[in-house]
Structures are given as structure tokens and as C-alpha cells.
Design a binder for this molecule. Structure first.
Ligand SMILES: Nc1ncnc2c1ncn2[C@@H]1O[C@H](COP(=O)(O)OP(=O)(O)OP(=O)(O)O)[C@@H](O)[C@H]1O
Ligand SMILES: [Mg+2]
Length: 253
């Protein structure tokens, strides 16, 4: 049965769109058929992150207005298992409801294994539209207090949609984790009272989705699809004697 997952956070800029794209690619690499839906209608950028903005012909509002069929609006993303349904442009976007998106998800259920819905920041209309269409959620946060507070609020809100989300911690610096300067996976799990399914390291110097490391998302995809394995430990190479030296070198940078 197809699984729909909304990628949400509350706080803006923590990596929802990045996680949507990279997790989508990892699930496609597992042989699953995946559609990414850009539900950030105001500030859509999943098409740009995937470098497919020039290939967009129809968008989700065109599908809802019956201007095209959903298959015609899907943009293939290099991998034949991975497709993008672009965001609504123009005023029609405001009129899209969770029910509209659900109808689209139902029509995709015959052919696809996963739909990942990239949610806008905030907890307003765009949030309820995206969340109301899905039956599970991933909450993206960073290990910083302001993001964790928002993640906490969103997790509480999701329970009113009868959704028990799991968490992805993004932008984790292994050196700071090894030094105990940012909260560990266990601490985050106990603060948020939710399971951490993914840990994504801070990737300085990486430009664009194509360059993002694949391993942490491979592990996340396996957790989601098979329920097995552990998230990446970005602190692993910063522990012990040589790790201490690596930490000092990193600090000196
Ligand atoms: N693990 C990471 N390491 C380094 N930079 C990252 C990481 N994840 C995301 N970024 C960068 O952070 C910025 C924001 O990421 P992204 O657009 O995915 O966040 P978002 O939550 O979708 O934002 P918005 O709320 O505006 O939709 C981007 O420039 C992205 O490249
Ligand atoms: Mg985004």
C-alpha cells in the first residue's frame, strides 16, 4: 500500500526541502516508486533543488482544475523511480484544500509506493493542507533550541491529526556532538517524546542536492521502509584519541 509522508518542521529553513529531495532519491534507490509533492505554494523551490524548474509544464493546481491528468504534470527526476509534482503557481494555490491533495494521492496509489509532501514553514493554512492530506509525518529539526521548540509544538499539533511523527535531526556537527555541545539523539528523543529516524550531518561546502551525501538518507530510507538499522552517528570519527585531534583541527578552521 502506498505511504504518504508529510515533511514538516514549524521553523523555516531547517532543511525540509533538502530532506524531501534526498529521502525521495534514497527510497527510489531502494527500488521504490516515489512522487515528491511541493506543497509550499508561496515559496516553492523543490523544482529548483531538483534542478528541474525548466521541465515544469503543469502544476498541482492544473491537476485539481482538471486542466491535465496527474500523470501529465509529473516531472521525471533522472531516476525513473522518482517524480516531482510541482507546486501551484498563482492565485489558484490558495484555494487548494487537503481534500484536493488527497484525491491526487488516491490516484497515485495504484502506481507508486511513496508520496513525500514538502510542507511550507509555519503552522497556518499551508501546514494543515499538507498535513491533512497525509497519513504519516517526518518532523525535521536542527539540534538548536529554537528549532527543537518548534518541532515540539508541531509534534503536539500533529497528534490532533492522529499522526505520530518520527524526527529527522539535520545539520548535526559531529565535532560538537562528540564534545557534548549539542544534544544527543537520546536527549532529543526524550525532549520531543518521538523517535529519531534520521540524523543528517552538517555538510559545509556542499552546493546543491546532487552533492548531498547519500549515506545518511540511505539509512533513513531503510528505517522508514524496513524499520531496521540505526541513524548515522556523525560523532563517530570525532571520538577517541585521533578523534580528539580531528576535533581540534576542525575548531582551528
Ligand atoms: N545538512 C545540511 N548541511 C548544510 N546545509 C544544509 C543542510 N540541510 C539544508 N541545508 C541548507 O539550508 C538551507 C535551507 O534548506 P531547505 O531549503 O531544505 O530548508 P526548508 O526547511 O525547506 O526551508 P523553508 O522553510 O524556507 O521551506 C539551504 O540553503 C540548504 O542547502
Ligand atoms: Mg522548503
Amino acid at each position: 500500500m502506498m505511504k504518504s509522508i508529510v515533511i514538516t518542521s514549524g521553523k523555516g529553513g531547517v532543511g525540509k526541502t533538502t530532506v524531501t529531495a534526498c529521502l525521495g532519491r534514497a527510497l527510489a534507490d531502494l527500488g521504490k516508486r516515489v512522487v515528491l509533492i511541493d506543497a509550499d505554494f508561496g515559496l516553492n523551490n523543490l523544482d529548483v533543488v531538483l534542478e528541474k524548474e525548466n521541465r515544469v509544464v503543469y502544476d498541482i493546481a492544473d491537476v485539481i482544475a482538471n486542466k491535465c491528468r496527474v500523470r501529465q504534470a509529473l516531472v521525471e527526476c533522472d531516476d525513473r523511480n522518482l517524480y516531482l509534482l510541482p507546486s501551484a503557481h498563482g492565485y489558484l494555490g490558495e484555494k487548494v484544500t487537503a481534500q484536493n491533495i488527497r484525491v491526487i494521492l488516491n490516484s497515485l496509489a495504484v502506481t507508486f509506493d511513496y508520496v513525500l509532501v514538502d510542507c511550507p514553514a509555519g503552522i497556518e493554512a499551508g501546514f494543515s493542507r499538507a498535513v491533512g492530506a497525509c497519513d504519516s509525518a517526518l518532523v525535521v529539526t536542527t539540534p538548536h533550541i529554537s528549532a527543537l521548540r518548534d518541532a515540539n509544538k508541531v509534534i503536539t499539533l500533529l497528534s490532533s491529526y492522529k499522526i505520530t511523527p518520527t524526527v529527522v535531526v539535520n545539520r548535526v556537527r559531529g565535532d560538537l556532538l562528540a564534545e557534548g555541545k549539542i544534544p544527543s539523539k537520546d536527549e532529543i528523543e526524550s525532549v520531543l517524546k518521538a523517535r529519531v529516524d534520521g540524523i543528517i550531518p552538517e555538510t559545509d561546502g556542499v552546493y546543491g542536492f546532487a552533492e548531498m551525501p547519500k549515506k545518511p538518507f540511505e539509512l533513513l530510507a531503510k528505517r522508514i521502509h524496513c524499520g531496521t538499522g540505526e541513524p548515522l552517528d556523525p560523532a563517530a570519527s570525532y571520538r577517541g584519541f585521533w578523534g580528539g585531534i580531528r576535533r581540534r583541527l576542525k575548531r582551528g578552521k
